[in-house]
Write a protein that binds this ligand. Structure first.
Ligand code: CA
Length: 287
């Protein structure tokens, strides 16, 4: 599967290295896309040449501790605090984080059989997902106690809340994001995410950032910036320098995952699964 994950970053590199006016070289990994019924559609050269794709580096401005046991699946700000949801069966938690220590100031466990996934706040609730159990959970924002649940069709990966349209945004590992009513949790629509006309698979942790959807891409060292109307990726954030893969105990599992934006301050935080550090970053566009 790993070969299938490469198009975004390879494309990023190709964009940087291609001489002006030239088409980016087709990465070898694209051959694998023919196996995917959703992929493999050739992009007209003219459209590719016109597509603006901004590339950013995530530059750390502050570092905070992050618990090595936290298999980060969701990260978000609410009520002036940072919250995190974690995965793995028997270790799935919803946690209010003390930024100074990285530890949970308060936490609630999900049932032992549940593999926790993304989470976000909606009003005075936290909504969280499970991976393949078909269950979503509702927690009290203050106490974190579980006070309800709802069914999920298919897998649950990432979750964010769009305050402009008052809707939840759910990722499930496909290039398709789903919108859910934040009261009934019923699906109200969907969005195909594309980069230069090609579907972007494996969308993972999500964040609503000033009118854009930011998404980690599983096992990619890049965050995509998605237009919530068209689904087009207009920017890539390179996060490979934050915690290099070579330093990770398990490079396959301990991937970049976790994006939290604080609207009032504009602070953006990034981390990964079982990373020792939570990074506050600035985005610097490559010239
Ligand atoms: Ca998030």
């Amino acid at each position: 599967m790993a070969g299938y994950l490469l198009p975004a970053l390879l494309l990023l590199t190709a964009c940087q290295e291609a001489p002006s006016g030239a088409e980016p070289a087709a990465p070898e990994a694209r051959a694998g896309e023919a196996e995917d019924a959703r992929g493999g559609q050739a992009l007209p050269p003219r459209a590719a040449a016109q597509a603006p794709l901004r590339v950013y580096d995530a530059v750390p401005v502050r570092r905070f501790p992050h618990e090595r046991t936290a298999f980060t699946q969701g990260l978000f700000f609410a009520d002036g605090a940072l919250f995190e949801s974690t995965g793995k069966r028997g270790a799935s938690r919803i946690r209010r984080i003390d930024l100074r220590t990285g530890r949970a100031a308060r936490e609630a466990a999900l049932p032992d059989e549940i593999f926790g996934e993304g989470a976000t706040a909606v009003g005075d609730r936290i909504v969280s997902l499970s991976w393949r159990a078909g269950r979503g959970f509702v927690h009290d924002l203050e106490t974190l106690e579980r006070e309800g649940e709802f069914p999920i069709e298919g897998e649950g990966w990432g979750l964010a809340y769009d305050p402009q349209a008052d809707r939840l945004i759910l990722s499930d590992g496909t290039p398709r994001l789903r919108f859910l009513d934040p009261e009934t949790y019923e699906e109200t629509g969907e969005l195909l995410v594309t980069l230069r006309g090609e579907p972007v698979p494996l969308l993972n942790e999500l964040e609503w950032v000033e009118g854009e959807i930011f998404a980690n891409v599983w096992q990619q060292e890049a965050i995509v910036r998605i237009d919530p109307e068209s689904g087009e990726v207009g920017g890539l954030i390179d996060v490979s320098a934050l915690y290099p893969a070579a330093m990770r105990e398990d490079p396959r599992d301990d991937v970049a995952n976790g994006i939290a934006y604080e609207p009032g301050s504009g602070r953006l935080f990034l981390t990964g699964k079982r990373w020792p550090t939570l990074f506050e970053v600035e985005l610097r566009e490559r010239g």
